[in-house]
Write a protein that binds this ligand. Structure first.
Ligand code: UGA
Length: 453
């Protein structure tokens, strides 16, 4: 919405939320305190806020005034009831649709921006249609049109992704509404990149795009394990296959598995849909992408234990990176969570460093509180963790360093200096293949890199 406001100065954009603290944070005069860390976002918000970008909790009034409403609420995986663990929880979409139905005035275009299961638009339409023709306040009778406009930006590169998208997808039935939304994007996106489909194709394209991207990661991670067993190097294999223009070079980076709020959720959603329509083999095919991802995380934790003489009890391990990818403070489904939990279960003492993730977030993700230093008694058997503020602090007296996020600063670590602080024999486990391999080896570290035999 900030980018729309930036590119379309004549459009008034109002972002509404029920959560006052969140809205206050978006209105904080100190742009470094915005609730989402995203490179370049502060500059965009700084340019538009108060001009044509507004943040408020006055939801009803903003809906009444709007010509177009974007539903951008959370759709997490259901944790209970029918479809638990797979289907999306649509309670917030439904609540928002009801609020729009109640407060809209005149004609309103309702845009599904959240990632949704296929045919959700039917639910949204049914709720809106029930209010069609009603009159709210002094307004004209209500009419609605529903569009699907899924978002394809990736975290960490959200602003460039939005400013130069590969494509914008608009699904709908009413040509005039599609044109209205296309003209918003048309301010900066070339017309040939604005794709128009029916509602269901648009909804399904979003799930499919994420499923295909995630599948590439599971595929390369499966080959990484084979590379380690055979003496091949997964980076060389990825380069060789990526040079084939039919395969392409992107999204072939082996690592600790995919994280983030979307890949796993969207695939599970796809699995649920396939099952719902009786396509059980198709469901099993996509389910395996998620299973391979979990296996990769478990495999890395086990490998650390095995290389450290079969036990990490009482051993100090420096964990560098906790976010699910670089340039974000987001830890949702981060591979670091499962890997750290497995190591804590084995009794390790973890010193966790991440440039952007605060201690409170790690506490909530790991489900246990940090130990205030000094670390626990070495052989008590209880896994403990604490957050440190520099990589140097993390490696003090550590038996191993484990890199889990590809923060650029990890490529520049001074291994000579760090290795001197560690207990020997010391290991570097580089799950992102980002560290300077020869420098680490020259500093006397034993090195494991994902996908390198
Ligand atoms: C992903 C998609 O890339 C976006 O197109 C989509 O809009 C978004 O989900 C969404 O549905 O909201 P995002 O999760 O922000 O974006 O980040 P990605 O760059 O896709 O990374 C996801 C995970 O895959 C990260 O843990 C990353 O480290 C991992 N990854 C990515 C790899 O392990 N290897 C790769 O080659 C690429």
């Amino acid at each position: 919405m900030a980018v729309i406001a930036d590119r379309c100065p004549e459009i008034q954009v109002t972002v509404v939320d029920l959560n006052q603290a969140r809205i206050d944070a978006w209105n904080d005069p100190d742009l470094s305190k915005l609730p989402v860390y995203e490179p370049g976002l502060d500059a965009v918000v700084g340019r538009c806020r108060g001009r044509n970008l507004h943040f408020t909790t006055a939801v009803d009034a903003a809906i009444a005034a709007a010509d177009m409403v974007f539903l951008s609420v959370n759709t997490p995986t259901k944790t209970k009831g029918v479809g638990a663990g797979q289907a999306s929880d649509l309670r917030w979409i439904e609540a928002s649709a009801r609020q729009v139905a109640a407060c809209a005035q005149g004609h309103t275009i309702v845009v599904e921006k959240s990632t949704l299961p296929v045919r959700t638009a039917e639910t949204v339409k049914a709720i809106l249609n029930a209010a069609q023709g009603e009159v709210a306040g002094a307004g004209a009778p209500k009419t609605f049109s529903v569009l699907s406009n899924p978002e394809f930006l990736a975290e960490g590169t959200a602003i460039p992704d939005l400013e130069a998208p590969d494509r914008v997808l608009i699904g709908g039935e009413d040509a005039a509404s599609i044109d209205a939304l296309a003209s918003v994007y048309g301010h900066w996106v070339p017309q040939e990149r604005i794709l128009r489909t029916n509602l269901w194709s648009s909804e399904l394209s979003k799930l499919t795009a994420n499923a295909f991207l995630a599948q590439r990661i599971s595929s390369i991670n499966s080959i990484a394990a084979l590379c380690e067993a055979t003496g091949a190097d997964v980076n060389e294999v990825a380069h060789a296959i990526g040079a084939d223009s039919r395969i392409g070079a992107k999204f072939l980076k082996a690592g600790p598995g995919f994280g983030g709020s979307c890949f796993q959720k969207d695939i599970l959603n796809l699995v649920y849909l396939c099952g719902h329509y009786g396509l059980h083999d198709v469901a099993a095919y996509w389910q395996s992408v998620v299973e391979l991802n979990i296996w990769q995380q478990q495999r890395i934790a086990q490998l650390v234990v095995q290389k450290l003489f079969g036990t990490v009890t009482g051993k100090r391990i420096a964990v560098l990176g906790f976010a699910f990818k670089a340039d974000t403070n987001d830890t949702r489904e981060a591979p670091a969570i499962r890997i750290c939990q497995d190591l804590l279960e084995e009794g390790a003492q973890l010193a966790i460093y991440d440039p952007k993730v605060p201690e409170s977030q790690i506490t909530s993700d790991l489900g246990c509180h940090p130990l205030i230093s000094p670390m626990g008694s070495p052989l008590s058997g209880d896994g403990v963790w604490h957050r440190v503020t520099t990589p140097t602090e993390a490696v003090a007296q550590a038996d191993a360093v484990l890199i889990l996020t590809e923060w650029a600063s990890f490529a520049e670590l001074n291994w000579q200096e760090l290795a001197g602080q560690m207990r020997k024999p010391a290991w570097l486990f580089d799950a992102r293949s980002i560290a300077d391999l020869s420098a680490a080896q020259a500093a006397g570290l034993q090195v494991w890199r994902v996908g390198c035999g």
